[in-house]
Design a protein around this ligand. Structure first.
Ligand code: AMP
Length: 596
């Protein structure tokens, strides 16, 4: 019998789904209005006046006068705001806080301006997620979500403005902390555990509460895949302590934060059976399917595995016994962008529908195929509703929080349309990760090359758990180094020639400028794979966190530069292999001769 609560929920979900239907159907008008609204509201700001916009709110004048920019172009403006200048520089609304991006500029984290009003808009995007999911997964309101959520220390700029990662800001906001009861935001983690700055205490208490309520958990998640895998590794190390707490109903004394202790003690009850069950499952040799074993009612894993996180897919499939991996949202410190309307699709098919009310979007076409764009096409940015199916673009946004024609740095590919709004797969960060001289290897090439190389490990029941790369220019000529942490699932020994084949396969997979440099110019030496000890990338992450990375937003950098991280990796190398010969390269293509 449906209850009135069911009915309310149904109505609420319907309202959200109607909103998506409407916003995507009128994407063009909405985009025009969004731009006009941003420009009229901010007509008096210094940045727009500096570029002579003079109160115009139409897209033609806007596009003619405003340059496409990256962070460096507004760094001085941002610094003025950070240093206490409260005049309307980028926005007429006051900047309420800065969001610190995982991207850096000159070694410093980028500071993204935020206003109260804009944060409300972002948080609205969260409210779209569960109604979308509930169309595909029934009864999600009947249980809880076990989400691992962490915050980081806030800092203050010299002008007294708070700066923190976007999720810290969200978890500390009243939107999150004072949320009224809603079955879709009913989490196993008490707020106090989420707000605990000590990452050990926070993780321990969140896992403990998740285990205590294991039968109620219907979904398990973290923001990025790396965070969830970190939680599973934590559980591997700490399950016997956790079991002990559950058996006795007392909390480990390592949890010293009194508010966390109080909150956990409201959930923790002595439960011999549950402790025995967890102990039985965790002490088995294999941890395959551990998520479904410990949380047997889990319907999906909510975690981002698109982009640089895609290499975690096999590990999560292993721990999750092939539970669907749901990538529901595409967002950044600059702005929140879109949602996946088909959340149960395979990770490789994930597309995000950009929500037209979030900001004004433009797209800079880029070409990476054999079908180069002409000069005019390269320069011309297109509007949201004018992108072409199959084309890749760099995302450029104008936000309510003071970014005008700002390059986010992400490359997206059009995969389809929801009504008039395009859907995009995330291709990569537009960055060059490796370069010795004229060669430029980006994250996608590296990721593809890794995928090809890993095929050599399959017969040995092994894969690469984590990796990063380094352009080693100390050797002459310089060469690419890949640090690999292996995941050995069987006991088969991998002979050196297999790793050498991996080196060569990676080289064969790289672009022609790289191969020309190896073969003809001999300006790059043979590629090297260095195997590092188990646990190295956990240490790597720990180090990154101690110097300021946030656990939620942490992504293993796919490339490292000389410094402490390389030293850490080098201190844990257990074997080294080089490419045994040059990759194939045939002269004759325009690109190959242009590698000046
Ligand atoms: P941050 O500014 O630290 O919040 O990082 C934002 C960046 O994370 C985006 O610009 C993307 O490069 C990446 N990102 C965010 N969401 C996704 C997603 N769903 N899939 C792939 N990459 C993502």
């Amino acid at each position: 019998m449906p209850t009135s609560l069911d009915h309310d929920l149904y109505q609420k979900n319907k309202k959200i789904l109607d909103f998506i239907e409407d916003a995507t159907s009128h994407a063009d008008e909405i985009q025009k209005n969004v731009l006009a609204e941003i420009l009229s509201h901010n007509a008096n700001v210094e940045y727009l006046q500096r570029h002579g916009l003079n109160g115009h709110i139409d897209s033609e004048t806007f596009k003619k006068l405003l340059p496409i920019i990256s962070y460096e172009d507004i760094k001085d403006d941002i610094n003025r705001i950070a240093n206490g200048d409260t005049s309307p520089i980028l926005t007429s609304n006051p900047i309420s806080n800065f969001l610190t991006s995982s991207g850096t500029s000159g070694g410093e984290r980028k500071l993204m301006p935020a206003t109260e009003e804009e944060l409300g808009r972002r948080y609205f995007l969260y409210s779209l997620l569960m109604p979308i999911l509930s169309q595909f997964v029934p009864d999600l309101e009947k249980g809880k979500g076990m989400y691992l959520m962490f915050i980081k220390n806030e800092s203050k700029t010299p002008g007294g403005i708070k700066a923190s990662p976007v999720l810290t800001n969200y978890y500390k906001s009243s939107h999150f902390l004072n949320r009224p009861y809603d079955p879709y935001t009913n989490f196993t983690s008490p707020n106090e555990a989420v707000l605990c700055l000590d990452s050990y205490q926070s993780m321990y208490s969140q896992l403990l509460c998740g285990l205590c309520q294991n039968n109620e958990v219907l979904r398990v998640g973290a923001v990025f895949a790396s965070g969830l895998i970190r939680a599973i590794h934590f559980l591997e190390k700490n399950w016997s302590l956790l079991c002990n707490d559950i058996r006795t109903g007392t909390l480990n004394l390592l949890i010293t934060d009194t508010s966390v202790r109080e909150a956990v003690m409201k959930i923790l009850k002595p439960d011999e059976n549950l402790a025995n069950f967890i102990e039985f499952e965790c002490s088995k040799n294999s941890w395959q399917g551990i998520i479904t074993r410990l949380w047997p009612n889990t319907k999906y894993i909510d975690v981002i595995v698109t982009g640089s996180m895609s290499q975690y897919i096999p590990t999560l499939e292993y721990y999750g016994n092939e539970l669907p991996l749901v990538c529901i949202m595409y967002a950044s410190s600059e702005c929140y962008f879109g949602v996946n309307l088909n959340p149960l699709c395979k990770p490789c098919q994930v597309s995000y529908t950009l929500i037209p009310t979030m900001c004004y979007y433009e797209f800079l076409p880029i070409s990476r195929s054999n079908d180069p764009l002409n000069e005019k096409e390269k320069q011309e940015l297109v509007d949201l509703v004018d992108v072409k199916l199959g084309q890749e673009y760099e995302l450029v946004v104008t936000t309510y929080a003071g970014l005008y024609r700002y390059k986010v740095g992400d490359v997206l590919k059009v995969t389809g349309f929801k009504n008039k709004a395009p859907q995009f797969s995330f291709v990569c960060r537009k960055n060059v990760v490796l370069s010795i001289e004229s060669d430029k290897t980006d994250e996608v090439e590296l990721q593809n090359a890794m995928k090809n190389a890993m095929a050599h490990l399959v017969p040995f029941d092994a894969d690469v758990l984590e990796y990063t790369s380094f352009a080693d220019t100390k050797t002459i000529p310089g060469h690419y180094v890949l640090y690999w942490e292996l995941n050995l699932k069987g006991s088969k020994v991998i002979p050196p020639c297999v790793f050498e084949d991996c080196c060569l396969t990676i080289e064969e997979s790289f672009n022609s400028v790289y191969r020309q440099s190896r073969v003809s110019d001999k300006s790059i030496g043979p590629l090297e794979i260095k195997i590092v000890e188990k646990g190295t990338f956990d240490k790597f992450m720990d180090y990154s966190i101690t110097v300021g990375a946030s656990i939620n937003q942490y992504k293993t950098p796919r490339c490292v530069k000389v410094g402490p991280l390389v030293e850490l990796l080098e201190s844990r190398v257990v074997a080294k292999y080089f490419s045994p010969k040059c990759p194939k390269w045939v002269p004759g293509h325009k690109e190959w001769n242009n590698g000046n």
